[in-house]
Design a protein around this ligand. Structure first.
Ligand SMILES: Nc1ncnc2c1ncn2[C@@H]1O[C@H](COP(=O)(O)OP(=O)(O)OP(=O)(O)O)[C@@H](O)[C@H]1O
Ligand SMILES: CC(=O)N[C@H]1[C@@H]2OC[C@@H](O2)[C@@H](O)[C@@H]1O[C@H](C)C(=O)O
Length: 413
């Protein structure tokens, strides 16, 4: 797919570049459901004549004990458990990369670089003049050693060091992947958190607007886990929510969160919208282990909360025409959430079609973030700044990521 992203690199292009690259992108998101791995083929050396195609994609779910370890480390990790997890995630990311390449029949030697987002442990945006801080785990040296491929990781720190939020970072790839000349559009990710990118029509005036809307599936997931005694990790296709009734007063309280009044740039994470909130709500509603319909009401309330907070953000903060809303991320698999979002948008005067699926996006919606980190790694190799300061609040454009070379003589275990 040819793209013209409109903005040339503000930095000098360093050299002739490499005409065709294969690049792997890895994402372990705030849902902690698994590792998404995408293999992109990128043709062209500069940003203006870039062509790309998704050659392979795999989502490798975390085994329950691995997921439990990550969640425990995120909520109450010690220096030791976090350090061990950093090393182990490096091994797991390498496994996922080699598995992806094996399935695609591509030799590691044919891959230029792996762009590895890592697992966010903590994300503190800048507030009241205090700088932000963010940390993603997943040792890049281990990943480079096991795969024999150079790695770009730690994508958020340069933006944070420049006074930015360090998130969202998908807007730059989004502009390449999804903008169209005919109309403006919203690309929405409903993962653990939810974030959106508003793209002005390609080639026209207007700046990209992007920010975190608030929670995605994180609260719904935790309610589903509590409701099932730990056997479920999400509300499959929204069945629980569909069977429940919204608690209007709980919904109002949730929507009163000051985060929603904060204008962009803004970002958030599990530190703010996390499982503890659900535990407090379950206590407030007096939900016991066998209270099936009570849990369904909570699932309905949290699903409504997620949908309404996204629709409010679209209606409140976007500057221009919304021709359509493309939904990516795991939330696209929840028809109840998508239906509630469509209705909430219409209630706010946004009648744009809400579209899910590969036909709408032009690639597998579950692959969007992993593909984005492949493009961000490519941008690093090309020395292209890839944060959008208007989205993150950074003082200026920055080349994102840290480079870890693979050992020259290989180092497989
Ligand atoms: N069949 C389904 N029914 C309902 N929800 C689903 C289904 N499949 C996936 N999901 C939801 O999608 C979530 C995973 O989404 P995704 O992989 O996009 O999140 P992530 O990348 O971890 O998050 P983030 O984008 O915030 O980093 C699951 O935790 C679940 O809530
Ligand atoms: C700190 C962090 O990991 N943030 C994630 C999270 O998941 C969704 C939303 O919150 C987004 O801001 C971000 O990820 C995407 C990939 C981004 O940076 O664009």
């Amino acid at each position: 797919m040819p793209v013209d992203v409109g903005a040339a690199s503000p930095l000098p292009y360093p050299g002739p570049g490499v005409a065709v690259r294969r690049v792997v992108g890895l994402m372990s998101g705030t849902s902690v459901d698994g590792i998404d791995a995408a293999l992109l083929r990128i043709d062209g050396a500069g940003v203006r004549d870039l062509r790309w195609s998704l050659e392979a994609f795999e989502s490798v779910p975390y085994a329950p004990e691995r997921r439990a370890r990550i969640l425990a480390a995120l909520s109450s990790g010690t220096p030791e458990t976090l350090t061990r997890l950093h090393a182990d995630l490096g091994e797991w990311f390498a496994e996922a990369t080699l598995h992806l390449l094996g399935s695609a029949g591509v030799e590691p030697g044919a891959v230029s670089v792996v762009g590895s987002h890592g697992q966010t442990v903590w994300h503190r945006p800048p507030v009241d003049g205090r700088r932000g801080a963010t940390l993603q785990l997943g040792d890049p040296a281990t990943l480079a050693a096991r795969t024999g491929i150079d790695v770009v990781s730690d994508f958020r720190s340069a933006d944070v060091a420049a006074g930015g939020q360090g998130a969202p970072l998908v807007p730059w790839p989004d502009r390449m992947l999804f903008s169209v000349p005919e109309h403006g559009r919203v690309v929405l990710n409903v993962g653990g958190m939810a974030n959106l990118t508003w793209l002005p029509p390609r080639g026209g005036e207007g700046r990209v607007v992007a920010f975190d809307t608030g929670p995605g599936n994180v609260l719904i997931d935790h309610a589903a886990a509590l409701a099932s005694g730990g056997t479920a990790t999400f509300d499959d296709r929204g069945h629980g929510a569909a069977a429940g009734r919204v608690h209007p007063e709980v919904l109002d309280d949730l929507l009163r969160d000051p985060f929603f009044d904060r204008p962009p740039p803004r970002s958030t994470g599990r530190e703010h919208f996390g499982p503890e909130r659900v535990e407090r709500l379950a206590e407030r509603l007096g939900l016991g282990a066998d209270d099936g319909s009570g849990w369904n009401d909570l699932l309905a309330t949290l699903t409504e909360f997620t949908a309404v907070s996204i629709a409010d953000a679209v209606a409140r903060w976007l500057p221009g025409d919304v021709g359509d809303v493309l939904v990516a991320g795991g939330g696209a698999h929840n028809p109840v959430l998508v239906a509630r979002l469509t209705a909430a948008l219409a209630e706010r005067g946004v009648g744009a079609p809400v579209r899910t699926g590969s036909d709408a996006l032009g690639l597998d919606p579950d692959a969007r973030e992993a593909a984005a980190f492949a493009l961000l790694a490519w941008a690093h190799l090309e020395r292209l700044p890839a944060n959008l300061p208007e989205a993150t609040g950074a003082r200026g454009p920055r080349v994102l990521g840290s480079f870890t070379p693979a050992p020259v003589d290989g180092d497989a275990p």
